[in-house]
Unconditional design. Structure first.
Length: 379
């Protein structure tokens, strides 16, 4: 089955009771047993729920994995991955990663004795210097948030295999429409399904997909034991969102390209970060591991003024000033004061998250309206 069919049918079967084409929302916490232990495969909804299972099968299908797991948020999914580790274990992570991931790693898991190294991975050979006997996991985000750095997943997988480490990829920005990390050698794919997979800014959810059965069993154990699951209503919404992922992504990419080109030619703009530019440092890697370049763009205005950046995001009308990304509607954010405020100023400036950086999540509206909105806001 091809990707554009998998989004609609992958892992799905029609409802056994009445043939409903969409899976019913099984709004139940428990399931009747005929005699103790005799049931139809479901006992309690923290462990399994038919609507959630339909979604988990869809996750597995679109990421070319064998096992999918749904969580109450992207961070709950990341939390489950780090719970595979023990005190003393070490993780090598991308340095310009999602602020919430950084907060979870440093403010929660460092307290339990897990050690994190945050490093630049644009050159994957940097990773090996940090590998030691305690290293267990490489955590990669690509494209990175918000600097749109590209990390070579295949090269990371080679290093992970050589040293017997797990490789996890946060595929939230790219989505499986653009990039399929398991096929490039990753062990775990993670999503904030809140973003492109859900696609309509109406639900918070996380996902993991793996190929390996033993790894899947350890993660299912953590999912059930820690209990950070999502409800059946939210499962239904994300399953519905995934059905249009390929058509939405196609438009996100088209609009993204137009806007990146508009911004890069704008006299008041200093720099535009978008992996589709030929002079992007890892453009060739982006071209080889991604199908297209997506709708996430960051830019910095000339003079790097905090006040000017705030004025621009306040003036936007079609773009909504809001955290998050990946919905049908265009959003603008100011990372230094919003998504990345939890990262210390010196740390974030090292990776390029300066005061005037603005991040756009380009939606699927008419491109003319989006360009006109940027024009009136930037001047
Ligand atoms: C939003 C986001 C997360 C966290 O997901 P939530 O669903 O908000 O918990 C993790 N990684 C990336 C890249 C994100 O954009």
């Amino acid at each position: 089955m091809k990707f554009n069919t998998k989004t609609i049918h992958g892992g799905q079967e029609h409802d056994k009771a009445y043939g409903a084409v969409m899976p019913p929302i099984y709004q139940t916490s428990t399931y009747a047993q005929s005699t103790p232990g005799e049931h139809k495969g479901y006992e309690y909804s923290r462990t399994h729920n038919p609507t959630r299972n339909a979604l988990e099968n869809s996750f597995a299908s679109i990421e070319n994995g064998n096992y999918g797991l749904a969580f109450g948020s992207g961070l709950a999914a990341i939390d489950a991955v780090i719970k595979l580790l023990k005190p003393g274990d070490e993780v090598i992570s991308t340095n310009d990663l999602y602020g919430g991931s950084y907060r979870l790693f440093t403010k929660v898991f460092e307290g339990f004795g897990v050690k994190f190294h945050f490093i630049g991975m644009q050159n994957a050979s940097n990773i090996e210097a940090y590998v030691n006997a305690n290293t267990k996991l490489i955590w990669v985000e690509t494209p990175t948030n918000p600097m749109m750095n590209i990390i070579d997943i295949k090269a990371c997988a080679t290093i992970a295999k050589k040293h017997n480490l797990l490789l996890a990829v946060d595929n939230t920005f790219a989505t499986p429409y653009l990039q399929q990390p398991l096929d490039l050698g990753a062990d775990i794919v993670m999503h904030s399904a809140t973003k492109y997979l859900g696609g309509h800014s109406d639900v918070v959810m996380g996902a993991l997909v793996v190929k390996d059965k033993e790894l899947a069993e350890r993660l299912y154990f953590i999912q059930n034991a820690s209990g950070a699951i999502c409800g059946p209503q939210d499962s239904f919404l994300v399953l519905r969102g995934i059905k249009t992922l390929h058509v939405r992504m196609q438009r996100h990419c088209e609009n993204g390209k137009h806007i990146a080109e508009y911004l890069v030619n704008h006299p008041r703009i200093e720099k535009v970060y978008w992996p589709g530019f030929e002079n992007h440092p890892n453009h060739e890697i982006a071209k080889s591991q991604m199908k297209d370049f997506g709708g996430m763009i960051s830019f910095v205005t000339k003079g790097n003024s905090f006040e000017e950046a705030i004025k621009i995001v306040e003036k936007l009308k079609v773009f909504t000033l809001a955290e998050s990304l990946g919905g049908v509607e265009s959003l603008a954010g100011h990372p230094a004061s919003m998504t990345h405020a939890s990262i210390p100023k010196e740390e974030r400036e090292k990776t390029g998250v300066v005061d005037s950086l603005i991040r756009l999540s380009v939606g699927i509206e008419d491109i003319d309206d989006l360009i006109a909105d940027l024009k009136q806001a930037i001047g």
